[in-house]
Design a protein around this ligand. Structure first.
Ligand SMILES: N[C@@H](CCC(=O)N[C@@H](CS)C(=O)NCC(=O)O)C(=O)O
Length: 209
């Protein structure tokens, strides 16, 4: 059977999410590195983002689209709830993760720290970013107090979408403790971290660490 290909970079949280989704479904796949802002990437993703995806003659972009395709086109464990409320909750969290959590956590905080100008990051800006992250962590914690996973009783695409972001935040000196004190979120992260899909996709250390 044709191997699926994820085009991305291992450090990218969305690339890791796509890899986790494929791993969870049991889809034979590989990661093919691709350069950001390259022509090769724009040929696969009209908005120039990662990941992009190919399986035979099926080409896709957007992480959740890759997850939906994997779930529908391959045999394996369900990556989505079957009930209407679970389906809606998964859609709700996917949207919130893409629109609010990722922009605040990655470009809005971690990348500012990692790619700080000479002289170090703007600490006041980082502190403000952490303040904006706190209610987002609260919202996720509350959802996980109500259900063990974002869309109900079992992990779904939403859990694999957000886990790589939380994984990075957990190792941040200031945000790590903010997660640890939100018990349901911390326990959830620990449970997802135990899964083979998390172990198989651990990114390399970022350039400056
Ligand atoms: N909505 C997209 C977001 C993809 C995205 O923002 N990827 C980041 C890496 S995690 C990226 O391509 N960043 C490079 C850039 O913005 O130039 C998805 O769900 O796949």
């Amino acid at each position: 059977m044709t191997q699926a290909i994820v085009y991305g970079i291992p450090l990218s949280s969305y690339t890791r999410s796509a890899l986790m989704m494929l791993h969870e479904k049991g889809v034979d796949h590989r990661l093919e590195p691709i350069e950001l802002r390259s022509e090769a990437l724009y040929a696969r993703h009209p908005f120039g983002k990662i990941p992009a995806f190919q399986h035979g003659d099926v080409q896709l972009f957007e992480t959740t689209a890759i997850g939906h395709y994997a779930d529908a086109a391959f045999d394996g464990p369900d990556l989505q709830p079957g009930d209407p409320v679970g389906k809606a909750k998964m859609a709700q969290w996917n949207s919130a993760i893409i629109d609010y959590v990722y922009p605040q956590a990655i470009p809005g905080y971690l990348l500012k720290k990692l790619f700080a100008p000479e002289g170090g990051p703007d600490e006041a800006e980082l502190a403000e970013a952490r303040e904006r992250l706190a209610p987002q962590l609260d919202a996720m914690n509350k959802a996980l107090e109500e259900n063990p996973y974002f869309a109900g009783e079992a992990p779904s695409l939403a859990d694999y979408l957000v886990f790589p972001i939380i994984w990075y935040l957990r190792s941040d000196a200031e945000v790590g403790p903010m997660i640890a004190e939100r018990q349901a979120l911390a326990d959830w992260a620990e449970r997802i971290d135990q899964r083979d899909s998390a172990a198989a996709t651990v990114p390399p250390p970022p350039p400056s660490s």
